[in-house]
Design a protein around this ligand. Structure first.
Ligand SMILES: Nc1nc2c(c(=O)[nH]1)N[C@H]1C(S)=C(S)[C@@H](COP(=O)(O)OP(=O)(O)OC[C@H]3O[C@@H](n4cnc5c(=O)[nH]c(N)nc54)[C@H](O)[C@@H]3O)O[C@H]1N2
Ligand SMILES: Nc1nc2c(c(=O)[nH]1)N[C@H]1C(S)=C(S)[C@@H](COP(=O)(O)OP(=O)(O)OC[C@H]3O[C@@H](n4cnc5c(=O)[nH]c(N)nc54)[C@H](O)[C@@H]3O)O[C@H]1N2
Ligand code: SF4
Ligand SMILES: [Mo]
Length: 720
């Protein structure tokens, strides 16, 4: 019988903007996505991914029954299996018993340090809460992390150091209340498209001055008052020179400095060498532009800063983010509407996964794992004996894999991540993956990492489950089920509770009743009962529109902007900076700087978007070059080239682009057949442990005719 059409209100599964979606479905088929004009976040606007990128759910490659590898895998000799014939379909009981047996056996043999988990910034808050609870409460390990490590880790560490907290301080839509805003290291048009619309509105309708600081000539430059095209990796001298100008010209906000900051005098002294002339030498940006940008931002009534991966993904990522924080502290452009320090969060729920404790240093609510009182509170909540939880900080994402060897990490559980595309230096990452003794993948597809697994557990997409996502401006929003799970696939939360009970039984722990939840909301409320910022959030309160945490009590209205009165750390702190160049500069053998990033139509390793109609819009790997470089190499648009670094090589087509800067080439990260991370360097920021994804040295050679024939033609896409 044909049921009538349903319309289900939910939240977009792609980026951190968190647009409201209405899924139109008939029976178990979603046939259209729209958004209402009164949607708080996006006012009815959607980008191409939110509107058309949902059909991956129905792709024949999607796995909808549990799978075990036919050929048992051994540490050191693990292989990749994409072909379904290499797997055996099994029942959920067989799959989960197998996972529980193997995990418990390895835990008994090698202890908690041998266990590790990657949580999932695409899954819900509730699911991430459960997964970290499972590993912390049952395996007593803090080796819990997720893709935030590869993303805003530098920003998070810097914000924690300077202010004592790390989320975006203001609401993105407040940009229309700024009279000057800086966008740096963020290709907002392609990666946070709806926020980019609001930025353009701020310029065109409200007359704001936009300052773009980015090596590439981004689409937003068309709206900018100033564009500072810096050389990749030189954020620290650029922002320190702006600070130098602000101090030297007396543009500081003295009352704010006196009342709300500490360490200014020493910091001001440390700025002396960072003259605009010195910065021009290093960054390649004309000194007059640096001076003008500093004046424009400092003399604004409400100045704001928005930033992305071009700040944090460097071995000097923490210092780069501190450079921006200093500008806000010097000028007092923080703590009011239309101001702020705004690291644009990437994945739909990377903010939420971090909030829910998917981190090696923090329980849910950013409660440090090495503080006794925090451990005590979670022990009480999880009904664990006092002293039972591990008080030692765990390994980060990158450290988990590099510690995959006998005596180190032996078992890895991956819920919805793809390190074999997203980690740097993939040839090395592959060796690490092979060293694991046991690997579980819980996903919708067998991606490049799941192909190494012993067991595959089929999860459902966002449209087949209930829960919450938290967007980039700390807004907790509902995710609702529109259609039934495909095949035997199950929501991550179901899989995890079922598995946890089987593990508890094997560990001989008394059945704790800690894994029977009446609803996803019951999971959320358990987390909110200990994690103070979420105490006032209930599903009823976010029925029609989300709430921005902190929401400390049930009658609190939520917090659109932070720091009106003070910083969580008390005073905002300055940290004198040194300029440390990137690990690998261009040289004779590798004469170009490679920078990597994203395209509008695709998502990371492509697991979702390349199984969607979106792939037709951008089906081919490519390298963007400036016309001067194209002439130097004697190549033209569409020619096939080989790009090689000290670590690997890829084959792709040339896209001569007005966005490129001479000497700097750009490769998008979405294409497994020419994975950008075969080239990137695995140097880490010492504090945040984030890899240097945004700069390494490469060489470019014209490909042979045979090689060229392997590549599809470039799409006729509009270039943004
Ligand atoms: N379509 C699409 N949207 C996405 C994603 C996706 O995969 N596809 N991913 C999401 C995720 S997880 C994230 S984290 C965000 C990322 O969103 P962005 O931060 O916008 O990501 P990138 O494309 O990596 O671009 C970063 C920018 O940094 C610039 N850059 C490079 N070097 C430097 C430098 O030294 N200094 C400065 N100031 N800039 C530099 C690059 O030119 C580029 O414009 O996007 C989210 N949105
Ligand atoms: N060179 C280079 N490398 C980079 C970057 C860069 O700019 N340059 N950016 C880095 C950044 S910022 C990030 S965030 C990382 C991203 O790195 P990852 O998080 O590893 O990448 P994704 O491709 O988003 O992986 C998400 C996986 O989750 C699955 N999935 C989706 N929904 C669900 C769900 O509900 N449940 C489950 N169980 N699975 C689900 C998808 O099928 C997919 O396999 O990449 C990093 N790597
Ligand atoms: S801007 Fe982000 S949240 Fe909005 S529709 Fe596009 S991908 Fe989805
Ligand atoms: Mo990210």
């Amino acid at each position: 019988m044909i049921k009538s059409d349903r319309v289900t209100s939910t939240t977009c599964p792609y980026c951190g903007v968190g647009c409201n979606l209405q899924l139109h479905s008939k029976e178990e088929f979603i046939y259209r996505i729209t958004s209402p004009h009164d949607a708080v976040v996006n006012q009815g606007n959607l980008c191409v991914k939110g509107r058309f990128g949902y059909d991956f759910m129905y792709h024949p490659d999607r796995v909808t029954s549990p799978l075990l590898r036919r050929q048992p895998q051994q540490a050191g000799q693990r292989t990749q299996a994409f072909d379904r014939s290499e797997w055996r379909e099994v029942s959920w009981d067989e799959a989960l018993d197998f996972v529980a047996d193997r995990l418990v056996a390895l835990y008994r043999r090698d202890g908690s340090q041998a266990m590790a988990v990657y949580c999932c910034a695409k899954a819900t808050n509730e699911e991430n809460y459960l997964l970290q609870k499972l590993f912390r409460a049952l395996f007593r390990t803090n080796n819990v992390d997720h893709c935030t490590r590869l993303c805003h880790a530098g920003s998070v560490v810097a914000l924690q150091m300077a202010l004592g907290t790390s989320a975006m301080s203001n609401t993105a839509a407040e940009v229309i209340h700024s009279d000057c805003f800086i966008v740096t290291g963020s290709n907002t048009t392609e990666n946070h498209p709806i926020i980019a619309l609001q930025m353009k509105e701020a310029v065109r309708k409200h007359g704001a001055n936009l300052i773009v600081v980015d090596p590439r000539r981004l689409e937003l430059c068309n709206f900018a008052t100033l564009w500072l095209p810096l050389k990749p990796g030189t954020n620290v001298p650029l922002f320190s020179a702006m600070a130098h100008v602000i101090v030297a010209e007396g543009l500081v906000n003295q009352p704010f400095l006196d009342a709300r900051t500490s360490g200014y005098a020493e910091f001001a002294r440390s700025l002396e060498p960072f003259t605009p002339a010195y910065a021009e030498q290093i960054t390649g940006v004309d000194r007059s532009l640096i001076v003008e940008a500093a004046r424009l931002y400092a003399s604004a009534r409400n100045g704001a800063i928005y930033w992305g991966m071009g700040i944090s993904q460097f071995s000097n990522g923490t210092a780069s983010a501190l450079g921006l924080i200093h500008l806000a502290l010097l000028t007092g452009h923080i703590g009011r509407r239309g101001t702020g320090l705004n690291p644009l969060r990437g994945q739909n729920n990377v903010q939420g996964a971090s909030d829910a404790g998917a981190m090696p240093f923090h329980y849910p609510g950013y409660m440090e794992v090495d503080k006794e009182e925090n451990a005590r509170r979670w022990e009480a909540c999880w009904k664990i004996e006092p002293g039972g939880l591990n008080r030692t900080r765990g390994l980060t994402t990158t450290e988990i894999l590099s510690n995959a060897h006998p005596g180190g990490v032996r078992a890895l559980y991956i819920m919805g991540e793809n390190p074999m595309m997203s980690e740097p230096n993939l040839n090395l990452t592959r060796q690490h993956m092979q060293q694991l003794e046991f690997l579980v993948a819980q996903d919708l597809f067998i991606n490049e990492s799941g192909a190494f697994a012993d067991v595959f557990l089929p999860a459902v997409s966002w449209a087949e489950k209930e829960g919450t996502f938290t967007n980039t401006d700390r807004r907790v929003q509902r995710v609702r089920r529109s259609i039934a799970p495909r095949g035997q696939s199950r929501p991550d939360s179901d899989i995890l509770c079922d598995l946890a009970l089987r593990i508890e039984q094997r560990l001989g722990r008394p059945a704790s009743a800690g894994w029977h939840y009446a609803s996803p909301e019951a999971i959320y409320r358990e987390m909110a009962s200990v994690a103070a910022p979420f105490a006032g959030i209930t599903y009823e309160r976010i029925e029609t529109a989300g709430l921005q945490y902190p929401v400390p009590s049930l009658d609190h209205p939520g917090t659109p902007f932070l720091f009106a009165e003070m910083f969580p750390a008390g005073r905002g702190r300055f940290f004198p900076l040194e300029y440390v160049p990137v690990a690998e500069e261009a040289d004779e053998a590798y004469p170009f700087i490679l920078t990597t990033g994203r395209l509008l139509e695709h998502w990371h390793g492509g697991t979702l978007t390349r199984h969607s109609q979106l792939d037709a819009l951008s089906p081919a790997p490519m390298v963007e070059l400036h016309e001067i470089d194209a002439a130097r190499l004697a190549v033209k648009d569409g020619d096939a080239v080989r790009v090689t670094s000290r670590r690997g090589t890829v084959l792709l087509r040339v896209a001569v682009s007005p966005k490129a800067r001479p000497g700097v080439v750009f490769i998008p990260i979405h294409f497994a057949e020419a994975a950008a991370n075969l080239l990137t360097i695995d140097t880490l920021d010492p504090k945040a442990k984030i890899p240097e994804f945004k700069a390494c040295a490469v060489d470019i050679q014209i490909a042979s005719k045979q090689e060229a024939q392997q590549l599809p033609p470039l799409p006729l896409r509009g270039r943004y």
